[in-house]
Write a protein that binds this ligand. Structure first.
Ligand SMILES: O=P(O)(O)OC[C@H]1O[C@](O)(CO)[C@@H](O)[C@@H]1O
Length: 429
């Protein structure tokens, strides 16, 4: 992973090289704390050990029982779905279609189950807590649909979950193959583990290369942001947020990284949104959103950092020659040339408008590159959390809504459910 922070300096909000050099002293201390946390396999920090603690053989053994499926359905939500979706989209299916069931919209669930070849689908149900309502409800519906289709769901299901909880109980009751979530690794930091690697292994991807890429990024964590791409990114994001860049627009210039932007959004929001600080992740896609968001990034409020991500190598699709006036300049070139010209032009246009931006590049979007990117973003997030002094690895604010919903559905007596009824109303219809 290559990180170029040049365009993040001397823009608006203003961040200078001198400021970064001063901040680097705190990066050194933060790195020491992170390394101590890793050495102790402390909660959260343990995620940064996954390149060495993940067990690719166990993952392969778990999926080998499924004989060449046509489709894999990940049933999970948040960190229990976004990692798998990111790996499947970035690396491709190789003939294996990947579907994600990470919401409880009846119309969508119905249509998805209708479209799936249930008899030839592997269901990977994932929940760290083993109690998440959306995941468990969806799984009960999926298995019933398989029952109705005469498919033995116990032979088509793989579970990844914690030591206890409803899902562990279901797995034990039906003797389902079950992988353990890694200890001390919050969901949003678990893509490089039993939570998402099974999907990559099922599609025949090189899980070791994914972990090698992550390990290469881990080996570059150092006591200075000027020696570590991941820390350079985390430190710049933090320093710009401190100066007013409350929004981080993540803009991959590759369709296959669109889910990566979703994954990044959970990582950034759920890890850093605490104590009235945090940088709001916005998702966009290059070049598409040049035609929808760029106007705002260039001419709107000075409250953004834009992160542009691209692979250095792309497949080649030549653009046919044409004698149409005004188009001849495209002919003979390639679609990748056009996309890369758009990338560099957008980057320069942001700089010209004094909008801070960072360039993140991979050699190519393959197992190693994706491993570098995911690990790099996780380490950047951990460093940002250290500098901001927030609890990076918890997400207490999400529990209020869960209790309220559970109470509304008769799942217990929760004061939050009462508060739902006290909504202020001013209906205009
Ligand atoms: O893996 P679980 O326990 O089902 O949780 C799913 C997601 O829900 C959250 O707990 C937020 O509600 C996320 O942190 C997590 O990734």
């Amino acid at each position: 992973m290559y990180v170029d922070i040049g365009n993040a300096l001397d823009a608006e909000p203003r961040l200078t090289r001198a400021t970064l050099e001063r901040l680097d002293e705190r990066v050194a201390d933060a790195h020491d704390r992170i390394e101590r946390g890793r050495a102790d396999a402390a909660h959260g920090y343990a995620a940064l050990n996954l390149p060495d603690t993940a067990d690719p053989d166990a993952v392969r053994a778990a999926v080998d029982r499924f004989d060449d499926p046509a489709a894999v359905l990940t049933v999970g939500i948040g960190g229990s779905a976004l990692g798998a979706a990111t790996l499947a989209e970035a690396l491709g299916g190789d003939g294996l279609d990947h579907y994600v069931l990470d919401n409880v919209d009846p119309a969508h669930v119905d249509a998805l189950l209708d479209s799936l070849p249930l008899g030839d689908t592997v269901v990977h149900v994932v929940s760290r807590s083993g109690t998440t309502a959306e995941t468990l409800a969806n799984f009960l519906i999926v298995r019933e649909a398989m029952d109705r289709a005469g498919v033995d769901w116990t032979r088509r299901t793989l579970v990844t979950t914690g030591a206890d909880g409803n899902l562990r109980e279901l797995a034990a009751r039906h003797d389902l193959p079950a992988l353990d979530v890694p200890a001390g690794v919050p969901g949003r930091f678990s893509a490089l583990s039993t939570v998402a690697l099974p999907v990559a292994a099922l599609a025949g991807h090189d899980v070791d290369a994914l972990l090698d890429g992550a390990r290469a990024e881990a080996d570059r964590l150092a006591g200075s942001l000027f020696d570590s791409p991941a820390y350079a990114y985390g430190a710049v994001c933090y320093a710009l947020e401190r100066r007013g860049a409350a929004i981080n627009a993540m803009v991959p210039y590759a369709e296959s990284l669109e889910y990566f932007a979703e994954w990044f959004a959970q990582l950034w929001a759920e890890s850093l949104g605490k104590d009235a600080v945090g940088q709001t992740p916005a998702r966009a896609l290059g070049a598409t959103d040049q035609h929808s968001q760029l106007q705002l990034y260039r001419a709107g409020p000075r409250d953004k950092l834009v992160t542009l991500v691209r692979p250095r190598e792309r497949p080649r699709i030549p653009i046919p020659e044409t004698d149409l006036d005004g188009l001849a300049y495209l002919g003979g070139g390639s679609l990748g040339d056009l996309l890369d010209a758009e990338f560099r032009a957008t980057e320069a246009s942001l700089a010209a408008a004094n909008c801070p931006n960072v360039r993140i590049e991979l050699d190519r979007i393959d197992e190693r590159g994706v491993g570098e990117l995911l690990y790099g973003m996780e380490a950047a997030c951990v460093l940002y959390g250290e500098l901001a002094g927030v609890e990076t690895f918890t997400q207490p604010a999400v529990e209020w809504g869960k209790r309220a919903a559970r109470g509304l559905l008769g799942g217990g007596d929760f004061e939050e459910a009462d508060a739902v009824g006290e909504k202020r109303r001013l209906v205009v219809d």
